[in-house]
Design a protein around this ligand. Sequence first.
Ligand code: ZN
Length: 275
Amino acid sequence: MIIHMDIIFVIIIYIIVGLCIGSFAGAVAWRLHERKDFVSDRSECEHCHHKLSVLDLIPVFSWVFLAGRCRYCKKPIGMSALAVELFGAVAFVASYLAWPFGFDNWLPIGLFVLWLVAVVFMAILFVYDLRWKLLPDRVTFPLIILGGLFFVGKQILLGTPLASWPLELILGLLPVAGLYMVLYVVSHGKWVGLGDVKFGILIGLVLSWQSGLVALFLANLIGSAYILPQLALGNMKRSTKVPFGPFLIIATVIAFLWGREVIDWYTRLLSVGSL
Ligand SMILES: [Zn+2]
């Protein structure tokens, strides 16, 4: 019973920290976009520019209690603030519960910390792309560096011989970064943006090539599940530009944490189908 309570307590901590991370990511994205100072400028309402108080910044609760509106001018705040807070909370708690490498010694624990930092950067990208339909270099480049460190740590943890590292890297980059690069060149940047290609590099560094394929498949699945009903209901036109980054980011987190399970499930499905 005591162990049980401990786990619940830890989960609650991860949810709270994740919510705050999501809220922080929203603020960072806005500062990046407005080119504001990171330390001295306080968050403000984008309509009436009223400085926000601590009360206005409590994740989810402030959004729910104010019904998604500014407390001062009553104009809508937008769903992106809520979406990124929920992304942060779910990604943090899921990372803890489904962490694939264990917590046995400093190396997997170090990788866990690196991954959580990457989740913070992904949360910034998530909300930035939702709002301004762009994955800025100032976030994707640090993510690629984090991904590089993660790659090295992961190969050491898995005991991959040094001679096989380049092959692991190339295989990892093929499913998303490689495919997106081809699509980018063929379509002259119409189908995918260069930001998606750069995010694909992170996927290649952090995920196995198998999980990379899962991420690619899930991103399209989630994207279709979001877009098709809205097209059918007439809320969206075929020409509406939908940012793909958020789908890709959600898919990456799922594929990283549960890629193995998805592949196992799929192979079992195939073997049952062939009986
Ligand atoms: Zn306002």
